[in-house]
Design a protein around this ligand. Structure first.
Ligand SMILES: [Zn+2]
Length: 270
C-alpha cells in the first residue's frame, strides 16, 4: 500500500540509506497497475484479451518500499520492458492453451534481462540482511552485462492463474512424513503473480519437483534476443503459505486427515 509520508531505509539494491520509492512487484506494466483489478487478470485468462477491463480500481498496484529512486529507475529502464514482454507471452500461452500448456512453448525474450528483473524482485521481497549476505546477486542485477549466477543460486518458474498472489522472503519449511517424523527442512523465497510464479533457493534444492529451473537464463548475453522453449507447469495456489501447491481436493483431504488424527489422539488420552 502506498504511503503518504516519505519512507526512509536502506535500498535493497545499492544498500544506501535513502528515501525509498514504491517498487511495483512485478512491474506495473506486467498486469500490476492501478487501472486493473486483480481479479480481472484471472478473468482475462479465461475470457481472452479482447475483453475490456471492468471493475473498481486497485490502489496503486502491489509492491513495497524497497528501492531508492535511482535503483527503481535503473531496473525499470534496463529490465522493465523485457520482463513485461515475457509476462505478456506467458499470458498468451495460458490463454491459447486454456491454462493447460502441455508442450514446450516458445518465448521470444531477452533471457538475461528477464532473470535480472526476477532477481531484483527477490532482493525486494527479502530483508536487507538477505541482500547483504548475497552481494553476488546485487552485482548480478546492478551490472547489465554481467552473465552467470553462482551455482548456489537457483531460480525456478511455473505458471500461476490463481487470484491469490504471494510474495515471501525466505521461508523455512519443515518437511515431515505421514507420521510427522522430521525429514529436514528447506528454505526458499517465492513470488507469485499471474501469469508466473518464481521460487528462489540458496544452497538448496527445489522443494517441488514440478518447478522448472530457469537459472540458465543467466548464461545468455545482455542483448541476446532468442527463442527459449519452456514447458512450465500450472501450479495450483489456494492458500497464502509459500510453497503450498496443493489442489483444493488435496487441502480438503489433509483437513479430514488431521481431524481424524486429532480424534484418535483425543480417544487415546481418555
Ligand atoms: Zn538504491
Amino acid at each position: 500500500m502506498k504511503s503518504k509520508t516519505p519512507i526512509h531505509g536502506n535500498c535493497h539494491l545499492c544498500g544506501r540509506y535513502r528515501q525509498l520509492t514504491y517498487e511495483h512487484i512485478p512491474p506495473q506494466a506486467a498486469f500490476n497497475n492501478h487501472t486493473i483489478l486483480y481479479d480481472d487478470i484471472v478473468k482475462l485468462l479465461t475470457k481472452g484479451f479482447d475483453q475490456p477491463f471492468k471493475g473498481k480500481q486497485q490502489q496503486g498496484g502491489i509492491g513495497r518500499y524497497t528501492l531508492c529512486s535511482d535503483c527503481n529507475s535503473f531496473t525499470g529502464r534496463e529490465y522493465g520492458a523485457p520482463y513485461v514482454s515475457w509476462c505478456m507471452q506467458g499470458m498468451e500461452v495460458l490463454h491459447r492453451t486454456a491454462s493447460n500448456p502441455f508442450i514446450d512453448m516458445p518465448f521470444h525474450i531477452f533471457p538475461l534481462r528477464v532473470l535480472k528483473q526476477i532477481v531484483s524482485m527477490f532482493l525486494s521481497v527479502n530483508g536487507i540482511g538477505w541482500r547483504n549476505a548475497n552481494m553476488d546477486l546485487v552485482e548480478f542485477v546492478y551490472l547489465p552485462k554481467r552473465k552467470y549466477l553462482s551455482r548456489k543460486y537457483s531460480v525456478y518458474a511455473f505458471y500461476s492463474v490463481s487470484a491469490i498472489q504471494r510474495q515471501s522472503g525466505t521461508a523455512i519449511r519443515f518437511c515431515t512424513n505421514e507420521r510427522f517424523e522430521n525429514l529436514g527442512m528447506d528454505a526458499f523465497s517465492e513470488i507469485t503473480f499471474p501469469p508466473f510464479g518464481y521460487v528462489m533457493t540458496v544452497d538448496n534444492d527445489a522443494h517441488d519437483s514440478r518447478l522448472v529451473d530457469i537459472s540458465y537464463f543467466a548464461n545468455r548475453a545482455e542483448n541476446e534476443l532468442r527463442m527459449e522453449y519452456l514447458k512450465l507447469p500450472v501450479l495450483p495456489i489456494f492458500t497464502s503459505y509459500p510453497g503450498d501447491y496443493r489442489t483444493k481436493e488435496e487441502i480438503e483431504e489433509d483437513i479430514r486427515t488431521n481431524e481424524r488424527r486429532d480424534r484418535e489422539r483425543a480417544n487415546q488420552s481418555l
